[in-house]
Design a protein around this ligand. Sequence first.
Ligand code: ADP
Length: 317
Amino acid sequence: MRIGVLTSGGDAPGMNAAIRAVVRTALSYGDQVFGVYDGYKGLIEGKIQEFDRKDVSEILNRGGTILGTARLPEFAYPQVRELAVKQLKKHDIDSLICIGGDGTYTGALRLTEMGIKCIGIPGTIDNDIASSDFTIGFSTALNTACDAIDKLRDTSSSHQRCSIIEVMGRHCPDLALYSGICCGAEYIITSQTGLDKDQLLKDLKKNRLQGRRHAIVVISENLTDVYQLAKEVEEYSGYECRATILGYIQRGGTPTPEDRLLASRLGSYAIDLIHEDIFGVAVGIMKNSLTYTKLEDALNMTNNRDISLEKMLTKTQ
Ligand code: ADP
């Protein structure tokens, strides 16, 4: 077989481990593998190169993606996707492994409808792909966020401050929820909980009057202007308050062993599926078992997240 692999959308630590597993597993079947640079953009531009074993040496532990990634909103247009199909035909590539988030999955679904055998691998730090319990990159981003929050806690405690920490996660609460639990945050505010500013201000004031030395508030991105919120907390509660936006440091870094393992398992499994003539699906791990879901179902699934986490929080916060 002649199989292509690309990474698309936001980069995530562990994408390289997935690329390595795809390439090595395919080679073990006697396939030819082609790295496509810069996502769908590179695909239509024909940035395609054959890979052998050594092309993926020493990348297992590296963050980012050796293939590069790019955004190409025009990929939503059929005439632009035709250019991609032409490039794949030119290289005689019949299958394509697409590593990324839901945008990448949508692109892969559309290409499948045009006759290319695509498989999606969940690579995004947000953990917002419901067809896998965890996505590649989430564990590393969680580690980075926890490390930063622990450090901010040290200084908050010394100075008797309130610290508001904004973490990534767009529409998915997981990064805020998990990092908040792991770091003992007093408040965790996500797209699911919503921000009740009046309540937060009242609670913080009460804490301050009760003599609590500090407060940690972990909040998902895009919910409010955290610098403005910090000002209001300072004015109302009596705490000195600082806001920190963790931003892109959450995207980088050496992947954790969990992300390397997840990426290796999913990359290898994607090639096994191609050999069983299964495509148009997204691979994942659910309840520690490898699984695959049709791309259109994966895109429409809502996350049946484990509510025991929220329940536990009400007892331990
Ligand atoms: P992610 O894959 O991390 O969700 P994006 O949402 O940026 O990241 O999507 C990555 C790429 O997938 C886009 O730049 C675009 O090329 C492609 N894509 C996104 N949405 C669509 C769509 N509706 N149809 C076809 N391709 C899409």
